[in-house]
Design a protein around this ligand. Structure first.
Ligand code: AMP
Ligand code: MG
Length: 354
């Protein structure tokens, strides 16, 4: 299959008339059952018509994703939620008012309009309304419902730039819309509204603190930051090895001095053993590190920048053939919880606590 690359103006500004035509054409591909990757404010998505079972099957095939791992259905206006759900509780309206369009996915009971191919066999459906203007137009022109997981090969870090979508999806899908670098860089928060109190299944930019200002009590799935609590995560996708670079990643936690000393010593020993070593550090710590490749993920004072750079850095280590990677750990407060959740998964929960 030949994959068409469709370039649009980078960023999240209003859609130009020229780009609108391109998005209309891409929407037609989706209506005909094809697959189109596209930018959102979180990461690049791999889209298919959510109401067409064969489109969802094609998504699983293109990603090499296990078919029990459900897809998120993307809509562009609230009223479209009614067709795909059995009931819309008051909580759904409240959090939609507060956080949609934006990086929040809600789980609700599905209607018969949504095929089991899209929900991985579940009777619930995950729904999000992205804020990215090009994503909204694409959803509109596709007929209103795009099933889209992240546009990476299953297990790899999610793509935050089109280059990595091309790397994984060239020849496997119909088109890739290249809209430059995404804004947030981590997948949406997922909240399950089918349970009381509502429960966060995947942390993201919309934190528990923010959600509870609107909903009152909100729980968090206890498996989110733990390696093995003996309990299966409630979002099926969270059980799989995820976001992982090819190199072996270890997280090192302790005081700044301890962390620097441990990482440098471990990297030196690896280097002597013939490994290519890499370090993921914050601006504040960077000058103290020695390895084959040292990369800054951003400032400790700016979690947004850490989130935006994390996946790209993991991919860059792959590009450079790094075989052993060490990373500082980060705070698990607020948005930090989402960052550490992804980093822990990328590391297969390999953590050294000093
Ligand atoms: P991705 O599309 O790669 O961001 O992954 C989507 C995530 O949403 C996966 O971790 C899924 O397990 C989760 N998800 C989607 N639908 C549901 C659902 N109905 N119930 C629970 N989790 C879901
Ligand atoms: Mg994903």
């Amino acid at each position: 299959m030949e994959t068409e690359i469709i370039k649009i103006r980078p960023g999240e500004g209003p859609v130009s008339e020229e780009d609108e035509e391109k998005l209309r054409a891409a929407g037609a591909i989706l209506q005909q059952g094809g697959l189109v990757a596209f930018p959102t404010e979180t990461v690049y998505g791999l889209g298919g018509d959510a109401l067409n079972p064969s489109s969802s099957q094609k998504i699983y095939a293109a990603k090499g994703r296990p078919s029990d791992n459900p897809l998120i259905v993307h809509i562009y206006r609230f009223e479209d939620i009614y067709k795909i759900t059995k009931e819309v509780p008051e909580e759904a309206r409240k959090i939609a008012d507060a956080f949609w369009p934006g990086p929040l996915t809600m789980i609700l009971p599905k209607s018969d309009a949504v095929p089991y191919e899209t929900t991985g066999g579940l009777d619930t459906v995950a729904i999000r309304m992205p804020s990215h203007p090009a994503a909204q137009k694409l959803i509109k022109y596709s007929g209103g419902y795009i099933a889209a997981p992240s546009a990476n090969t299953s297990g790899k870090p999610s793509p935050t730039v089109a280059k990595y979508v091309e790397e994984d999806m060239m020849g496997r899908i119909d088109a890739i819309i290249d809209g430059g670098e995404v804004g947030i860089g981590l997948e949406s928060t997922i909240i399950d509204l089918t349970v009381t109190p509502p429960q966060i299944l995947r942390p993201g930019y919309i934190t528990q603190e923010k959600l509870s200002t609107v909903l009152g009590t909100v729980d968090t799935d206890t498996t989110i930051l733990r390696a093995d609590s003996g309990q299966a995560p409630k979002a099926p996708g969270m059980k799989y090895r995820h976001y992982a670079p090819r190199g072996e990643l270890t997280i090192v936690e302790g005081t700044p001095g301890q962390v620097r000393e441990y990482i440098n010593r471990a990297a030196a020993a690896d280097h002597t053993a013939g490994e290519k070593t890499g370090i993921i550090g914050t601006e504040e710590m960077l000058s103290g590190y020695i390895a084959d490749v040292v990369k800054s993920v951003g400032s400790r004072k700016d979690e947004d920048s850490i989130a935006r750079h994390l996946y790209t850095i993991l991919r860059e280590f792959d590009d450079e053939g790094v075989t052993k990677i060490y990373s500082e750990g980060f705070s698990t407060e607020g948005f930090g919880q989402a960052i550490m959740n992804r980093l822990l998964k990328a590391a297969g929960h390999k953590v050294v606590k000093l």
